[in-house]
Ligand binder design. Structure first.
Ligand code: PLP
Length: 489
C-alpha cells in the first residue's frame, strides 16, 4: 500500500458541521490520483459530486487550498482553481478572510442545514490555538545573530566564493556541521561525506532518486509515520510500503517480509509516536540492512530537543556505511531557511553529490556561509539552549492543561521534540466528535490515526499535540476552550 496521498488529513481544519459529512480529503482522494492531465477536472467533478450528494454537508468549512493541496499531494493551483470554479457555479461560497464553505446555491442530497459559518472566536484567521505538530516558534529565530553572521560573511568572503558552490556544500560549513553533529548527536561525520542540501526533504529526494537509479523499487516508511516521507520518496518513483511499529520501533517480521532494501525511520524520537527506539530494535534494523545490502535513511528531525533525559545518539553512529543521516535547521532556526544536511555512506556519496549537482548546482553560498559562522561562533548552540528552555516550559504547560481539563489522559513522547501524544479516555470521544468540538471553538488538533493505517477500537481519543510554537497562555486557553465546547458550555 502506498501511503502517499493517503496520509495526513485536514480533519482538524475548522468545520462547523462535522456530523454525517466525511472530511473533504477522503472523498477527493480518487480524483487526486487521476492522471496529471485530467486531475484538475477530476478534482472539480469530485468536489461537485460530493456537495451534490451531501457527502460534504452544507456549512462545512473546506480546508485552505494549501492544506488540501498538501494532503492530496496535488498542486495548490489545482485546488484554488477548483474552489474558484465551484464558487462561480454556486456549490461553494467564499467568505473573504474566513475561508471557503459548502453552500450557496446548491441543493444537496442531504437534508440541507442552514449554512451559517461558525463565528470565529478570535479575530483574523479564527484559530484560537493551532496544536498541529511540525512548527517551531518562528518568533525565536535569532534575527540579530543571523544578521550579524550575514554581515560578517559578506565582508569577509572572497569574490570567488560567489561562484557556483561545491555541490557538496561550502567546505567551512561542512567542517562546522561535521564537528557539531559528532559532538551533539554522535554522528560519524567526515566532512567529505557530508552534503549540504535544502532540508530533510531534499535529502530524501536525493537519496530516493539515487536508490531508484540503482534499481530499488520501493522504500519502507514507518506506520504511523511522517506523511512527508511517503510523499517525498514516492515522488522519486519508489513505491512506499507501510511498516508497522510497536513501542520499541519497527517490528522485525513485517520488515523482513516486505522484501524492501531501504527504509526511512525516526529512531531518536519517532514521528509521530514520540518513542525512542529500543537498543535491540536499532541493532535489528542495522543487521537487517547488512543482510539485504540495504540502506536506512535516518531522519533526525528534532534530535536537538531533549528535556528530561540524556540525548539518544543518532543511529548513524552505529553503522555509517548503512545509514544515511539527515537533519536540518527547520526546527532549530526556521524551516523557511531551507537548509539541511545529509551524511552519506561512502558507497553512495558520489551518486548523491552528482544528483545534487544536476538538481540545482549547489546550495546558496551566502546562507551556507552564515550558518557556518553561526555554528562556529557558538550562536547555534546558544539558540538551541534558548529554544530548549522555552519548549520545556511549553511542554509543561501542555501537560498541566491536559491534566486540568482532561483528567485521566496519558501523555507519551514527552522527553523530547516539539509534540506529544495525548491519549484521552473514551468518555471524551469519539475522536471525530472531539475534533469537531475543538474546531468549533477555533482549536486545531490532529488525531494520531491520521498518520498511519491503524484504527484503534478502544474508543480512546489519541492526539498528536504540537506545543513548541504556542505560548503557555495559548496552550492553556486552547485546552480550556475544547473542554468547554465538549461540555456544551
Ligand atoms: C518528520 C519530518 N521530517 C522531515 C520533515 C521535513 O523537514 P525539512 O524542513 O528539514 O525538509 C518534516 C516536515 O514536515 C517532518 O515532519
Amino acid at each position: 500500500m502506498t501511503p502517499s496521498g493517503t496520509t495526513s488529513t485536514t480533519a482538524a481544519e475548522p468545520t462547523n458541521r462535522t456530523s454525517g459529512a466525511q472530511p473533504a480529503w477522503e472523498v477527493l482522494l480518487p480524483a487526486a490520483a487521476a492522471p496529471a492531465r485530467r486531475r484538475g477536472r477530476a478534482l472539480q467533478e469530485a468536489l461537485r459530486e460530493a456537495v451534490r450528494a451531501g457527502r460534504l454537508a452544507s456549512g462545512t468549512r473546506l480546508p485552505s487550498s494549501r492544506a488540501l493541496a498538501q494532503d492530496l499531494g496535488v498542486s495548490r493551483g489545482l485546488v484554488t482553481e477548483a474552489y474558484e470554479q465551484l464558487v462561480a457555479e454556486g456549490y461553494l461560497r467564499s467568505d473573504r478572510g474566513s475561508g471557503t464553505w459548502v453552500g450557496g446555491a446548491v441543493r444537496t442530497g442531504r437534508a440541507a442545514t442552514p449554512s451559517v459559518p461558525h463565528a470565529p472566536s478570535a479575530p483574523g484567521s479564527g484559530t484560537v490555538a493551532d496544536f498541529r505538530p511540525g512548527t517551531p516558534d518562528l518568533s525565536l529565530f535569532p534575527r540579530a545573530a543571523w544578521a550579524a553572521a550575514q554581515r560578517t560573511v559578506l565582508a569577509e568572503l572572497p569574490h570567488s566564493a560567489l561562484g557556483y558552490p561545491d555541490p557538496r556544500g561550502l567546505p567551512a560549513l561542512r567542517s562546522a556541521l561535521a564537528a557539531m553533529l559528532s559532538r551533539r548527536r554522535g554522528v560519524v561525520a567526515d566532512p567529505d561525506r557530508l552534503v549540504v542540501c535544502s532540508g530533510v526533504a531534499q535529502a530524501a529526494t536525493l537519496l530516493g532518486s539515487v536508490l531508484r537509479a540503482r534499481g530499488h523499487r520501493d522504500v519502507g516508511v514507518e506506520d504511523p509515520g511522517s506523511p512527508e516521507h511517503g510523499r517525498l520518496f514516492a515522488a522519486t518513483g519508489l513505491d512506499t510500503l507501510w511498516l508497522p511499529l510497536d513501542d520499541e520501533g519497527l517490528r522485525p517480521e513485517p520488515l523482513t517480509r516486505s522484501g524492501t532494501r531501504a527504509v526511512v525511520v525516526t529512531p531518536s524520537h519517532q514521528f509521530p509516536s514520540g518513542i525512542a527506539w529500543s537498543a535491540e530494535r536499532r541493532g535489528m534494523l542495522l543487521e537487517w540492512a547488512r543482510s539485504v545490502d540495504g540502506y536506512v535513511c535516518e531522519d533526525d528531525y528534532d534530535g536537538d530537543f531533549r528535556y528530561d533525559r540524556a540525548p539518544v545518539g543518532a543511529l548513524q553512529g552505529l553503522d555509517p556505511e548503512r545509514v544515511v543521516y539527515t537533519g536540518s535547521v527547520s526546527k532549530s532556526l526556521a524551516p523557511g531557511l531551507r537548509l539541511g544536511w545529509m551524511v552519506v555512506p561512502e558507497s553512495l556519496v558520489e551518486e548523491v553529490v552528482e544528483r545534487k549537482r544536476t538538481m540545482d548546482l549547489g546550495h546558496p553560498a551566502l546562507d551556507q556561509a552564515a550558518l557556518a559562522h553561526l555554528v562556529t561562533s557558538g550562536g547555534y548552540d546558544r539558540q538551541l539552549r534558548r529554544c530548549q528552555r522555552a519548549y520545556r516550559e511549553r511542554r509543561d504547560a501542555l501537560l498541566a492543561a491536559l491534566d486540568e481539563h482532561f483528567p485521566g489522559t496519558t501523555v507519551t513522547g514527552i522527553a523530547a521534540g516539539l509534540h506529544v501524544i495525548a491519549c484521552l479516555p473514551a468518555r471524551y470521544g469519539p475522536t471525530r466528535r472531539f475534533l469537531g468540538a475543538a474546531a468549533s471553538v477555533g482549536v486545531a488538533l490532529r488525531a494520531l490515526e491520521e498518520y498511519g493505517t491503524a484504527r484503534p477500537t478502544d474508543g480512546a481519543v489519541r492526539l498528536v499535540v504540537g506545543y513548541a510554537h504556542l505560548t503557555p497562555t495559548t496552550i492553556a486557553a486552547g485546552m480550556r476552550h475544547v473542554a468547554e465546547a465538549l461540555a456544551g458550555r
